[in-house]
Design a protein around this ligand. Structure first.
Ligand SMILES: CCCCCCC/C=C/C(=O)SCCNC(=O)CCNC(=O)[C@H](O)C(C)(C)COP(=O)(O)OP(=O)(O)OC[C@H]1O[C@@H](n2cnc3c(N)ncnc32)[C@H](O)[C@@H]1OP(=O)(O)O
Length: 309
């Protein structure tokens, strides 16, 4: 139990305002992120992916992948979160879910102001589930670019509220970010891609320097045999597969992304992403081939379909 019942005051917690954060990026950050989620990792001249890492055919700007938006939230959690009456051990934090709405294609460079709020907190006894919502506005124009909802699973931080009526707060519709129902039929399409043994070491250069992903001793203390892959890296691989297989390589087709991290991925493992189409929603699940385990499941809402699907 991370916080005793006497310390926890839900009114105080819900009235608490989280600080704004800022995020500035350029084309180099966009390309390093794309390399971190395996763009051109199997084929250096991949015709769908070169535009994410290089000025292909003289294109003006390197194109940002929609999952690049997940980095905008980095400041709130990686620098520690201060909530009144609520404590947790950051070394036991696991990423549980990510939900992203993209309102317009991400620019290749920008300065953003992030408005952060508490979207949920649940006492699950053995763990607490904490959700943060981040709305990212372009500095200058003030235009809303995207919204991220980050769910973290805080092992050992449950039991902070009255156990006969555990605290449960959510400020968003229940159909957003839920674990999806995977269809029983054969998938429309399947994409297989091996992550590199050094994948987490490359991905961390995009700003998530949690030693859980790089330091063998730290990973052991957190309960893992070796460093694990960032959840957002796995999500990046999966959504990149959907862009390639369903969106014909067009990253701007992606409107909404939802994913729940079901079990841990180790760098070097092979990811198999299965995709089903239901209207303009792509349901997907990603498995680790070597262990035949489903590690991620969710959906992507797209703006339209190419005629060949
Ligand atoms: C840029 C911002 C970055 C923020 C994050 C920074 C830090 C990043 C860290 C990582 O990337 S960690 C790597 C990625 N994440 C993982 O590898 C986690 C994989 N998932 C798991 O290992 C397990 O799912 C779990 C999270 C340990 C939970 O498993 P457990 O068996 O303990 O839970 P249950 O008993 O099944 O369920 C209890 C309760 O919790 C709900 N729940 C379960 N899993 C999740 C989840 N992934 N997300 C949200 N909620 C989850 C579940 O529904 C149960 O609730 P009730 O049904 O009882 O209401």
């Amino acid at each position: 139990m991370a916080t005793s019942d006497s310390e926890f005051n839900s009114d105080l917690l819900l009235a608490h305002k989280l600080p704004e954060t800022r995020y500035t990026y350029n084309e180099r950050d966009v390309a390093i992120y794309a390399l971190g989620i395996g763009a051109c990792g199997q084929d250096a001249v991949d015709s769908d992916e070169l535009k994410f890492v290089y000025h292909r055919n003289g294109q003006d700007l390197i194109q940002a992948l929609p999952t690049f938006a997940s980095l905008f939230t980095l400041g709130s959690l990686t620098e520690g979160l201060d909530l009144p009456g609520f404590k947790y051990d950051p070394s036991l934090l696991l990423h549980g879910q990510q939900y992203i709405e993209i309102y317009r294609p991400l620019p290749s460079k920008a300065s953003l102001v992030n408005k952060v709020s508490l979207a949920g907190l649940q006492d699950k006894g053995k763990a607490a589930i904490l959700e943060l919502e981040t709305r990212s506005y372009e500095e200058g124009s003030g235009e809303l670019l995207c919204m991220n909802r980050t769910t973290v699973f805080l092992r050992g931080a449950g039991g902070f509220s009255n156990s006969s009526q555990p605290f449960s707060y959510k400020n968003y519709p229940s159909n957003q970010g839920l674990a999806v129902k995977i269809p029983q039929r054969q998938p429309l399409t399947v994409w297989e891609e091996r992550t590199q043994p050094s994948q987490a070491l490359l991905y961390r250069l995009s700003g998530d320097y949690n030693p859980l992903h790089s330091d063998p001793e730290f990973a052991k203390l957190a309960g893992f045999p070796r460093p694990i892959l960032h959840g957002l890296c796995t999500l990046g691989f999966a959504i990149k597969a959907i862009i390639k297989c369903v969106c014909k390589g067009d990253p701007t087709a992606v409107k909404t992304i939802s994913g729940r991290f079901l079990t841990t991925v180790f760098p070097g493992e092979t990811l198999i992403t299965e995709m089903w189409l239901e209207g303009l929603r792509v349901i997907y699940q990603t498995k680790v081939k070597e262990r035949n385990k489903t590690v991620l499941a969710g959906y992507v809402d797209i703006r339209g379909l190419s005629s060949s699907l």
